[in-house]
Design a protein around this ligand. Structure first.
Ligand code: ATR
Length: 279
């Protein structure tokens, strides 16, 4: 008889998380026997919550806002990409009982951009909005695709400059203020600020999107985010939110845990059609 392995996502707030549904769909598709639930875990309960989750037989966890940096600190060991990003979204129980921290966010973004949406990154000029944990997690996977330049822009400009220096060995990365980019143009603008969560928009100058340029918001919702609407209003060839990235990062976490890779396209299509029907 095969046993049912238990997984969960921790975050705060967590009630709107689509992760339980996505992992349930993966499990059905790949015929894996797992349970996966969402648990509301505030930052000050996190350490205790992970210890008791694994003590009770849990096999793996996802961590989302605001716990990714804490998960990075709590893991017993880290994958190379998690080390770099200083954030962990996937925890895995190892055979020796220790907990490995990994980060599948960047890979999820790059898979959604390049495979699902055929957006070429090679020799492109990319503008990254924001210099917090979400930006940190995606810089290295983006640079692996050899863009011409990555410009990091942030309201608090010092943070953009510090981040650009930290990753400078990966290629041409430049940190600056929103004012500094007003005469510039980019092939891809990625919103990694938390502005969408409160319906706000970073102070973007007009005319910064190159012809046939694309916009991508790491955030997602049932309705287009403010930044996705900004992209549409500025003639973006594609203006996308982070639903595809969410499914792709989940697929990579599922693969790490179950050693079987789910097919993502049909699940992204299903979630997209479901949210269109939500009023
Ligand atoms: P996360 O882990 O989600 O990246 P974070 O580390 O708190 O969260 O970072 C949030 C990012 O969004 C920061 O870059 C922040 O800019 P500041 O460093 O200047 O605070 C950015 N941000 C949040 N709200 C914003 C807004 N309304 N306009 C522009 N940037 C915003």
């Amino acid at each position: 008889m095969t046993t049912t392995d238990h997984y969960a996502v921790f975050g705060h707030p967590i009630n709107h998380s689509k992760s339980p549904r996505i992992h349930q769909l993966f499990a059905e598709q790949t015929q894996q026997k797992i349970t996966y639930d969402a648990q509301d875990v505030p930052a000050d309960h996190f350490e205790q919550a992970i210890r008791s989750f694994f003590k009770q037989g849990g096999k793996g966890l996802n961590c989302t806002v605001p716990l990714k940096e804490l998960a990075w600190q709590q893991a017993d060991s880290l994958s190379q990409r998690a080390k770099f990003s200083k954030a962990v979204n996937t925890l895995v129980l190892q055979e020796d009982g220790s907990i490995l921290g990994d980060n599948t966010d960047g890979l999820g973004l790059v898979a959604d951009l390049t495979i699902n949406h055929s957006i070429a990154l090679l020799n492109s000029r990319i503008l990254l909005l924001g210099a917090g944990g979400a930006s940190r997690g995606i810089i290295s996977p983006l640079m692996e695709k050899s863009p011409k330049q990555l410009v990091i822009v942030n309201r608090t400009v010092d943070k953009a400059i510090t981040l650009s220096h930290e990753f400078s060995q990966l290629g041409d990365i430049y940190g600056c203020s929103y004012d500094d980019i007003k005469n510039d143009q980019f092939d891809l603008i990625i919103n990694a600020t938390s502005a969408s969560l409160s319906g706000e928009l970073p102070p973007l100058p007009d005319n910064i999107l190159a012809q046939k340029g694309c916009c991508y918001d790491l955030a997602y919702g049932n309705k287009p985010t403010t930044f996705v609407n900004w992209g549409l209003a500025h003639n973006a060839e594609k203006s996308l939110d982070g639903l595809g990235m969410l499914v792709e990062q989940a697929a990579e976490a599922f693969y790490i845990w179950r050693k079987i890779r789910p097919e993502t396209r049909q699940i992204i299509d299903l979630l997209n059609s479901e949210r269109k029907n939500i009023k």
